[in-house]
Design a protein around this ligand. Structure first.
Ligand code: ZN
Length: 143
């Protein structure tokens, strides 16, 4: 990617590869796709995408759709962005969200109070935000 393309893109973009491509294609379609381990004695749900189960090392994983609900585990208010592409959104809340399927996402909470109000344990619902050319990203909104 040259500098001109980077300027047009605005925000840093995810690095899509053959392992995580089903996840990112799903996000563009408005779905959160997670992997489930097919080893019957394990069966854990996995995120981020991998080539084998990080718990039992079984190689057989199946893509499954998350329902999109979760709760806030931790959060902070961003007053200075790590990248200029986020400056227009300042200040904003960035959170660790545990999906109901048990995996953790790190994402923005657009519309959440950025004044330091505690959001711990609050229910959230996934949304899919425009992030760049042909690229959406997962964010969460307070339920
Ligand atoms: Zn497993």
């Amino acid at each position: 990617m040259n500098m001109a393309e980077h300027h047009i893109a605005g925000k840093p973009q995810p690095r899509v590869n053959e392992v995580n491509e089903p996840f990112w294609t799903g996000v563009n379609e408005g779905r959160i796709r997670l992997q489930r381990c097919l080893n019957e004695s394990c069966g854990r749900v996995i995120f981020y995408p991998r080539v084998c189960c990080p718990f039992c090392h079984a190689p057989d994983l199946k893509w499954v759709d998350a329902a999109g609900g979760g709760r806030v585990l931790s959060h902070t208010t961003i007053h200075r962005a790590h990248h200029d592409g986020f400056n227009e959104e300042l200040p904003y809340v960035f959170a660790a969200v545990e999906l109901d399927e048990g995996v953790i996402f790190y994402a923005q909470l657009p519309g959440a109070p950025a004044d330091g109000t505690s959001l711990l344990g609050r229910r959230v619902k996934a949304e899919f935000s425009e992030h760049g050319p042909d690229r959406k990203i997962v964010v969460f909104r307070l339920a």
